[in-house]
Design a binder for this molecule. Structure first.
Ligand SMILES: Nc1ncnc2c1ncn2[C@@H]1O[C@H](COP(=O)(O)OP(=O)(O)OP(=O)(O)O)[C@@H](O)[C@H]1O
Length: 587
């Protein structure tokens, strides 16, 4: 297995990546943008009216209607802003849930083989904190930021129409400089921000690894060392984060302070000179000065840009990287087979799926059929020109040196890895991108170590079949030779077991896993080193359970253990990327 990656490879910079918003999220974006733009127009009108009202007061003319106009516009602006705020906040919550579902769904479609190399801590962190940041960025930052960039132009248009075109044009020229300065600051800070985010993700992954591997760390006397290392990394992280925040704060202060000062003084100077030349009256000049306040709106978002924008974008890139990972490894298209599936459907399938294909010229009894298969994880083929036929009721053991491709073969048979060339048919369904789920449904898999969820034995069995009744569960336990042992436990099926199967022996946990496979009732059983972590007595019990389950099913067992090979009908050795019949002495 390759080393665990912190995060999946990022898509090429500039490539938009797969869409991640829900239709409701996109709708909320448009509504919030429109409400914010209308609020800016109302704000501009309130400021201009206030200027005119003050001017009328100073000139001693009628001002009351101008005050009520200003108050109405201000109330309207407030209402529109509150509406926009409500839309953004509520859609952020629903988008957060949507993002988690979207990415989790894709990870499940990728299957364990394609996700095994990701560090689970980093994935958990991305799905929890990361999804929240992306939702906040997309729903509460993007639309208000876009509206705030357009707001000065709207207000200046109002000013040009109602007060003075020349002043508006000069201020417009200054306003367009704001995004340029922000973009410059962004380009300078982006590298350190994403570096800091990666360091934090790595730390989260380290913490989770340490928690998951607590027993191993304690047994190998490495717990203290690991906790000291984590504490030191945490402290280094905290310092670099503080430095980053200080840098961000400085940029905010500078852009905010400089621009506010520059815009307000320019607006005041322009207003005074136009007043002195007689081009503007007192009310108009005051309207220009007051309106310069609305031009500062984009600056309100500079802070949010650093705290919500940068982290949101970085997490969004990581989520997109997961979503753009293809669910298989198909490099060359597998030619379509016009023949349709005639076999009984696997659990969850109907048997009528148009893409399902039967290999008419091959062994009609074959549950598993590989012809000239090439399988690739990254670049180099692990399997090439691989052939294999396993019939129902046959038990095949697969052996071979480490790294030969035994687990890769199981990943192909389980439908987790698509072949890059050749044909794979499992229970009558030809494996291709569109039938991947159906092929997955055809097999049950038992891995080296069984991960039992915290809950009862019944909960763990019902994972395979949620509607399984107690008598069906007892029958399944009977079939794998575990019924007596569970019956002797004080709470029987209601016995609590923990993560990793705590409370059960390794052999018992493996047999619970086999009982799950019995309940799932799949025609193909794939066993990946099922006895590598148990003693000889447990190995015998597990292999006896497999023999009871084997009739009528195709069983493939990858193993290094003599005891697991002994019960097989045939032994294949994977060498040179192909499973081949073992010589007698290999057995
Ligand atoms: N999920 C994966 N992603 C990328 N590469 C993988 C993955 N699984 C296996 N490989 C690569 O495929 C090659 C064959 O590995 P595989 O695990 O199939 O061998 P194996 O015969 O099962 O070895 P072992 O007996 O040590 O488990 C190795 O180079 C490995 O790095």
């Amino acid at each position: 297995m390759p080393a665990a990656r912190l995060l999946p490879r990022l898509p090429r910079p500039g490539s938009p990546g797969p869409p991640i918003s829900s239709p409701a999220g996109r709708h909320a974006y448009v509504v919030s943008l429109l409400l914010s733009l209308l609020a800016s127009l109302a704000t501009g009108w309130a400021l201009i009216s206030t200027g005119w009202a003050l001017g009328a007061l100073l000139d001693g003319t009628v001002w009351s209607h101008l005050v009520s106009q200003a108050l109405t516009a201000a109330a309207l602006a407030g209402g529109l802003r509150a509406g926009a705020e409500h839309v953004t906040r509520s859609s952020a919550t629903t988008e957060e849930a949507h993002l988690r579902q979207l990415v989790l769904g894709h990870l499940l479609r990728l299957g364990p083989a394609r996700t095994a190399e990701d560090r689970s801590g980093a994935t958990v962190s991305l799905l929890t904190d990361g999804a929240q940041r992306v939702a906040r960025y997309r729903q509460t930052f993007l639309a208000p930021a876009a509206a705030s960039l357009l707001a000065p132009l709207l207000v200046l248009t109002e000013l040009a129409l109602a007060v003075d075109t020349i002043v508006s044009l000069v201020l417009a020229a200054m306003v367009v400089l704001t995004p340029a300065v922000i973009a410059l600051a962004h380009s300078r800070l982006r590298t350190s921000s994403s570096g800091s985010r990666d360091a934090r993700l790595r730390l989260a992954a380290d913490y989770l690894d340490a928690i998951q591997g607590l027993t191993t760390l304690t047994l190998s006397r490495a717990a203290r060392r690991t906790s000291q290392r984590l504490a030191a990394t945490g402290e280094a992280n905290r310092r670099s984060l503080m430095q980053l925040l200080a840098g961000n704060q400085l940029v905010i202060l500078v852009t905010d302070g400089l621009f506010s000062l520059l815009l307000v003084t320019t607006a005041t100077a322009l207003a005074l000179s136009r007043l002195a030349s007689g081009a503007l009256g007192t009310g108009d000049a005051l309207a220009v000065v007051l309106t310069s306040y609305a031009l500062l709106e984009p600056l309100d978002h500079v802070g949010a840009f650093f705290y919500v924008g940068l982290t949101g974008r970085a997490n969004q890139r990581s989520l997109r990287a997961i979503l753009s990972r293809p669910a298989g490894g198909l490099r060359r298209a597998v030619p379509a087979d016009p023949a349709t599936c005639t076999r009984e459907p696997a659990a969850g399938g109907t048997g009528d799926e148009p893409t399902a294909a039967r290999e008419a010229n091959d062994d009609p009894e074959a549950e598993i059929l590989l012809r000239g298969v090439e399988a690739v994880w990254d670049t180099e083929p692990v399997l090439h020109d691989a052939d294999l036929v396993v019939s129902a009721g046959e038990h095949v053991a697969v052996v071979g040196p480490s790294g030969a491709g035994k687990s890769t073969l199981l990943a192909v048979l389980a439908g987790d890895l698509l072949p890059s060339a050749g044909t794979v048919v499992v229970h009558g369904t030809r494996l291709e991108a569109s039938t991947q789920e159906q092929v997955r449904q055809a097999s049950a898999r038992v891995a080296q170590t069984t991960w039992l969820l915290t809950g009862t034995i019944a909960d763990n069995l019902q994972l395979a079949r949620p509607d399984a009744t107690p008598s069906q569960m007892w029958r399944a336990l009977e079939e794998v030779g575990l019924a007596e042992e569970v019956a002797r436990m004080p709470s029987g099926l209601a016995t609590q077991v923990g993560e990793g199967g705590l409370g059960l022996s390794g052999g018992q946990a493996q047999r619970v896993s086999l009982a799950r496979a019995v309940l799932a009732d799949r025609p193909v059983l794939l066993l990946d080193e099922p006895t590598s972590h148990v003693d000889l007595a447990s190995e015998a019990a597990i292999m006896a359970a497999v023999e009871t389950m084997a009739p009528g099913r195709a069983v493939v067992t990858v193993t290094h253990r003599e005891g697991a090979v002994a019960g097989a009908d045939r032994v294949l050795v994977v060498t040179g990327g192909r499973p081949q019949q073992a010589q007698e002495e290999t057995r």
